[in-house]
Design a protein around this ligand. Structure first.
Ligand SMILES: NC(=O)c1ccc[n+]([C@@H]2O[C@H](COP(=O)([O-])OP(=O)(O)OC[C@H]3O[C@@H](n4cnc5c(N)ncnc54)[C@H](O)[C@@H]3O)[C@@H](O)[C@H]2O)c1
Length: 316
């Protein structure tokens, strides 16, 4: 990070930008010179009881380069409106941070279709609506040479994901499925926007927020996990997110990063680990059994949960 503001003149929308990790991101982006639409409806963790005063108070505390948008970002019309607000208020849209999320956990055998729909709409459809609305304007801006006479090929899409989406935890089917979907959305947006110079990345955070505060430990291991999580300051996640918005990250796209205190990670993405080709026309049940046992089994993804994979002290 340079001493002079790295993001001067850039305009961002941060969903869920008034609380937790989102508020740290809104603060970091404005500190680096960007203008920010704080798009936060002020709902509780399950997505109920909206309170517009949360984003209004937070945005006014950030100063003139911040404005609150308080509609539900899980609705496609809200995405269009938030982008219009960015353009009307601050002159364009350059950065989208999809951070808003809700949780409705239950074991799959007790899962409710209504909870599934609510989480997928809020945590996956909403981000798609915003990416679709913003990238359409970003492409127009590119053609219009926003910010100067030359072609404007600049933009940033950042999805806050979770290791729950690719490692997993018990009872988080809708949340994890939405986060897995957000990784796919990130990849396709990176491909679709490559020619326009717009990058798209994912950040899996670990940080102290109201979500970590309400974890009800079911055993000693979870108790230790919670204690460790409560020590981690969200500003590290905000700094990585802001870095991805700098010019130095222009060629960084399609990647999944992790941030846990001072520890920054790059995650692998699924590629074939081992392959085997059938003898003759196709496989038989017996040759499949044999091939899985002799070639694949040693390479199976382990069944450890998030809590077990990240069971070490964070670097504070
Ligand atoms: N805290 C962690 O350790 C952790 C771990 C993994 C992933 N994450 C991810 O990081 C992001 C931020 O999490 P957090 O812990 O800061 O959560 P949080 O609950 O503290 O804040 C989320 C904010 O999003 C807002 N919001 C939710 N749905 C909205 C909607 N439809 N429209 C507008 N605003 C909406 C809420 O009002 C709230 O202010 C989330 O995507 C979460 O899944 C967090």
């Amino acid at each position: 990070m340079t001493d002079s503001p790295a993001l001067e003149g850039r305009v961002a929308i941060v969903t869920g930008g008034a609380r937790g990790i989102g508020s740290a991101i809104s603060e970091m982006l404005t500190a680096e010179g960007a203008s920010v639409i704080v798009a936060d409806s002020g709902v509780d963790i399950a997505g109920n009881d909206p309170d517009p005063s949360v984003a209004k108070a937070f945005a006014s505390g950030l100063g003139e380069r911040a404005a609150a948008y308080t509609e539900d970002m899980g609705v496609s019309a809200a995405a269009v409106q938030a982008v219009e607000m960015a353009v009307d208020t601050f002159g364009g849209i350059d950065i989208v941070v999809n951070n808003a999320a809700i949780l409705r956990d239950a074991f799959v055998f007790k899962g409710s279709p209504d909870d599934w729909d609510a989480v997928i709409r809020n945590n996956l459809s909403g981000p798609f609506y915003l990416v679709a609305a913003a990238t359409a304007v970003m492409r127009e801006q590119a053609r219009a040479g926003r910010g100067g006479g030359d072609a404007y090929t600049w933009g940033r899409l950042i999805n806050l994901v979770s290791t729950a989406g690719f490692i997993g935890n018990y009872g988080q089917a809708p949340y994890a499925a939405a986060k897995g979907g957000l990784i796919s959305l990130m990849r396709i947006a990176a491909l679709d926007m490559a020619r326009t110079g717009v990058t798209s990345n994912a950040v899996a955070p670990f940080a102290r927020t109201r979500v970590t505060e309400i974890i009800q430990p079911a055993n000693d291991e979870q108790e230790i996990y919670k204690e460790r999580a409560l020590k981690v300051d969200p500003q590290h996640v905000a700094r990585m997110t802001a870095w991805l918005c700098t010019d130095g990250a222009q060629d960084v796209t399609g990647q999944i990063f992790g941030v846990r205190g001072r520890e920054t990670m790059l995650f692998s993405q699924a590629r074939p680990v081992v392959t085997a080709i059938a003898d003759g026309d196709t496989w038989t049940m017996d040759t499949l059994t044999d091939t899985v046992n002799t070639h694949f089994r040693d390479h199976f993804a382990d069944m450890r949960t998030d809590l077990e994979v990240f069971n070490t002290d964070p670097a504070l």
